[in-house]
Every structure is written in C-alpha cells, then in structure tokens.
Design a protein around this ligand. Structure first.
Ligand code: ZN
Ligand code: ZN
Length: 422
C-alpha cells in the first residue's frame, strides 16, 4: 500500500469536529471585528517569500518546499500566509479606494521541518492581516480579539507576551549595541548563534540553548534602545491593552523568525501538555507592502497554529468532541418497505434529521445491531405491517418503548423527541 508522506498528516473525525468548531468561532469573532475572508493560492513564486520573510531566516534558508515547475520557474508551497495576502492586496490594488482593509484566511502551510509531536510539514494556520492603519489601537484591538477567541474556546492559561522590535531607524543601532555586547562572548555561543552573529544577531536572543540563554540574559534590552516614535507607539499599545482589560507581560528577548516585523511583536501561549505552548504569534509589518512593490501602507497581522490549538483543546479537557446530534436509524424490512423508504428518508434528511440506514435487505437483528453501534436513540421501523396502516414504528432505544406514528406525522414526532428544528 502507499502511505502518506512523512510530516503530512490526516485529520480524522471526531478530531475534525474540533477544527470545525474553532473555525466557526474564529469566523464569527473576526466578522464582529470587521475582517473578511480572503483565499490565496497555496503555491507562489519563490521570490515572494525570500524577499518578504528574509533570505537569512531559517524558513527561507532551509525549510521551504521549493520546486522548479515544468517550465523551470521556481515555485514554493507557502510557508506562511502574510506574504501571499500582501501580494494579493498589491496585485488587486485593494488600497485603491481605501487603504484600510482587514482580511483573515485559513488553510495549510508547508515547511520542511523535523516532524515531531504536534508539528507537521503540512500544518494549518488561521491568520489575519490589517492594512492601512499604523495607529497602536489596531495592535491592541487585534490582540484583544485573539485573546477573546482563545478564552471563548476554553483554552486555559492564555498568556500574552509583547515586545517592540523598533523600526528601520532604531533597530540597526540596537543591533550594533548587541554585537558589541556579544563580541567577546562569541566563542561561548552555540553553533547556530555563532552563524547568526554574522547575519542576524537578534536571533541569538530567542535561542533556547542554555548557554546562549545565560549569556543573552545580560544583554542590553531592545526596549531601552528603541527611538522616540517606537517607544511612544509601544506605550500606547500597552495603555490600550490595559483599557481593554487584556493582561500581558513584556518579553524584550522575543524576536520573531521573520525579518519583516517592526515595532509590536507578540506571542500567545496557553497551558497544556504540561507546559506553556505557543498558539499564536504575529506583529506589525509597516514597510512590507512597499518592499513587495506596493504603496507605503502599514500592516499588522498574526497567525494561529491549528494543530497546536486542537491538541491543547483536547488536552485541556474542557473541550467536548461534538459528533453532532445522535442519529435516528431506520430499519427497513422487505422490498416494498425499501421502495417507500426512499421518499420518507429524503424528506426527513432534508428537514435536518440526521438519519442513517442499512443497505442490502439485512435481517432486523443485523439492522438493530447497526443502529446500536451508531448510537441511535430512536429507531424507525418500516415493514409490511406498518406500510399497511401507512405508519412507521418509533422505538426508544433507551426505554424500549415503541409506538406507531402515521407517516405524515413522523417529522413532527421526531422533532419533539430529538429537538431538531423541522
Ligand atoms: Zn524606531
Ligand atoms: Zn544559541
């Protein structure tokens, strides 16, 4: 047999019902905050990602699924959603009428990472982007929306960490400061960080290796180094978060693995599987739209990791997997009943009853067994006797009680029994 590709995961029921409910909740809350859905392709030209995410980032250096298509053009399975949405925003001149636009998206992303628990090479994100507003109120409001979503979903221990990465003016100055600080400690850094020291020294700040954590714990804080404009922006974000009653903590060592972020960046973690796990991250990316060939329009966005979120919701135990309304089963006995069952079944299903049946004229015993297996609380029985009186028997599987109901009243009767809206 042919198995799936390593790192490419099937999501099966009943877990898919968690996904559906997360998506439904997200769509609902995003709509309330003025976001519309955008659907962008899964494959883009490679340059879009190398230019936006940054040539020297881990994603672009070693994690992208990049291929030559049949004409030799280099294409890449999207490793994240922001760049394609920015590309679409520019390509369709969405800024033309009004630079302000709010989009959300959901779907698969692809990164060639080492597969491990909860981490796949095809993974899924729900993300959102706000274009056209550099006001810190947007940063705060979007964070408030995200935290509310997680609270509604019943995630435990939701915690928001924020940082400012400065801007194109002040970040290079901080970089200098950091390089000066690291200069005589370079040989004590891990292999990765020794490489990062040359190309992207800020990444040493969020290295997880204990030696690097110890060294950088004494590093100068970026929050002390940002310019007046960035400082002011960050102060306002904090103020607005407080006004929205959103708790947060500062983490000046949080840098994101994507080059386009400036000013506000954040990460949201939640409790589960014995530790705090990141479920969403993002930040401000003023300048990205311009870098990709559009006008100078600011942006702010985030992405939620769906696999991680689904895992935490299951682990939190708060989440009841909803396999839907318990089915009604119809036992059909004989050819005549079979023929008249089609109309009845169609009618009930179209009225919202989740109705299951068996096929191939099996014995009543076999059909009842199937009903039991499916967890049916009510079974309709349609045989020659019932047909003769234009009725159907309804059996309550819990009490064993059975009653005859005329065919034209079955829908109404089921409505009172299972509470569907007919
Ligand atoms: Zn600045
Ligand atoms: Zn390191």
């Amino acid at each position: 047999m042919i198995n799936s590709i390593r790192g490419f995961n099937d999501i099966l029921p009943p877990e898919t019902s968690i996904w559906q409910q997360v998506e439904k909740e997200a769509r609902g809350i995003f709509a309330a905050y003025g976001f519309s859905e955008i659907r962008v392709p899964i494959v883009e030209k490679t340059g879009l990602f190398s230019r936006s995410i940054g040539e020297t980032t881990d994603i672009v250096e070693k994690e992208m699924y990049t291929f030559a298509d049949r004409h030799g053009e280099s294409i890449t399975l999207r490793p994240e959603g922001t760049a394609p949405v920015v590309r679409a925003y520019i390509e369709h001149k969405i800024y033309g009428n009004d630079p302000v636009a709010k989009f959300y998206y959901l779907g698969p992303m692809f990164r060639y990472e080492r597969p491990q628990k909860g981490r796949f090479r095809q993974f899924h994100q729900i993300g959102a982007e706000v274009f056209g507003i550099d006001d810190p109120a947007v940063d705060a409001e979007t964070l408030e929306m995200l935290v509310s979503l997680f609270q509604r979903l019943g995630l435990e221990g939701v915690s928001l960490q924020i940082n400012s990465l400065g801007c194109k003016e002040c970040r290079p100055l901080y970089k200098e400061k950091l390089l000066n600080f690291l200069q005589d400690k370079k040989s004590q850094l891990c292999q990765d960080c020794q490489r990062r020291y040359e190309i992207n020294p800020l990444r040493t700040l969020d290295c997880k290796s204990p030696g690097c954590v110890e060294i950088t714990s004494h590093a100068p804080s970026i929050l002390d180094a940002v310019c007046g404009g960035c400082k002011n922006h960050f102060e306002k974000v904090k103020e607005y978060l407080a006004l929205s009653h959103v708790n947060f903590s500062l983490n000046p060592k949080m840098v994101r693995g994507l080059d386009y972020y400036i000013r506000t960046t954040f990460e949201i973690t939640a409790l589960g599987l014995g530790s705090q796990n990141a479920v969403a991250a993002g930040g401000r990316y003023d300048g990205l739209v311009k870098d990709l060939g559009g006008p100078d329009v600011p942006g702010f966005g985030f992405a939620i990791g769906m696999e991680r979120l689904a895992m935490l919701l299951q682990d939190n135990g708060q989440w009841r997997v909803d396999s839907g309304q318990s089915p009604v089963f119809i036992v059909i006995l004989g050819d005549k009943a079979e023929a008249s069952a089609f109309g009845l079944i169609k009618n009930l299903r179209q009225n919202g009853v989740r109705l299951e049946r068996d096929y191939g004229n099996k014995s009543i015993k076999a059909q009842m067994k199937r009903a039991d297996k499916l967890g049916a609380k009510f079974v309709l029985i349609l045989g020659d006797n019932e047909l003769a009186s234009n009725s159907v028997a309804i059996k309550n599987m819990e009490s064993g009680e059975q009653e005859k109901v005329s065919l034209d009243r079955v829908g109404e009767k089921l409505k009172t029994l299972i509470g569907v809206s007919l």
